[in-house]
Design a protein around this ligand. Structure first.
Ligand code: HEM
Length: 213
């Protein structure tokens, strides 16, 4: 137990927590995107998916509790590491892209993270914490994306999510020790692919919903 709390208290342990909770969120995003894609099947398919989720009852509650716990760990640890980093290095390194991990997405991680936190809170009030007795999830989503401002807002934020996922994916594999020169090109390619799939997969949905429904 001492070993366990010492590991979690160390900065390596904190990076490990960031990596594991971050990969769990990428898993959530993959499932959420797959579910959202049912919108291409029309109103019945999308509402059917939403009802199936609700019918999971206690399993859904357990899953939501896990998501909240993971979000707390990820956000608080991320903020702690960011502040620690700034305190230790107030001027910042004069590094360039040849260092490997320095990209637009790596440099903006704390800011894209804060934007995503704000987006998720807004998103929950937009679609989840809404009285759905006189409407359906499909009607809510279709009404929202028939307003250009929401299409623009969601599309822009999905680029932010894609940037965060791109570096997060890469960094998680570094932390987990998959940083052998043999595997790094594949990890880099997979991280770019993950970011693009998230940005385009989610980002195009509002536009397509606006045009189709
Ligand atoms: C175009 C993009 C997106 C659309 C159309 C969308 C749509 C929805 C809808 C309709 C719900 C409510 C489902 C229900 O109450 O039955 C929902 C829930 C949720 N969404 Fe999204 N979403 C999008 C992107 C995202 C992204 C990028 C994230 C995370 C960064 C996210 C996180 C969540 C969370 C955490 C929930 C609550 C899940 C739960 O009920 O336990 N969504 N989304």
């Amino acid at each position: 137990m001492n070993w366990f709390s010492a590991t979690l208290g160390s900065s390596v342990g904190k990076k490990l927590m960031m990596a594991l909770t971050g990969l769990a969120f990428i898993g959530f995003l993959a499932a959420h995107l797959a579910g959202n894609l049912t919108v291409y099947g029309g109103k019945a398919a999308f509402n059917g998916y939403a009802e199936k989720l609700q019918s999971l009852g206690p399993v859904l509650h357990l899953f939501r509790t896990g998501l909240i716990a993971f979000a707390l760990v990820h956000v608080l640890t991320g903020l702690y590491l960011f502040l620690l980093n700034r305190k230790a290095r107030p001027v910042g390194y004069n590094m360039d892209a040849t260092a490997g991990g320095r990209t637009l997405s790596s440099r903006t991680m704390p800011y894209t993270g804060i934007l995503i936190l704000a987006f998720v809170i807004f998103h929950l009030f937009h679609f989840t914490f809404v009285d759905k007795t006189a409407t359906t999830v499909f009607d809510l989503v279709a009404a929202a994306f028939n307003q250009p401002a929401y299409v623009f807002l969601y599309a822009a934020l999905m680029i932010v999510v894609g940037l965060h996922v791109r570096h997060g994916f890469w960094s998680a594999f570094q932390t987990l020790g998959v940083n052998h020169p043999k595997y790094m090109p594949a990890v880099s390619a997979a991280s770019i692919a993950a970011g693009v799939v998230v940005a385009l997969g989610f980002g195009l949905l509002p536009l397509i919903i606006a045009l189709r429904y």
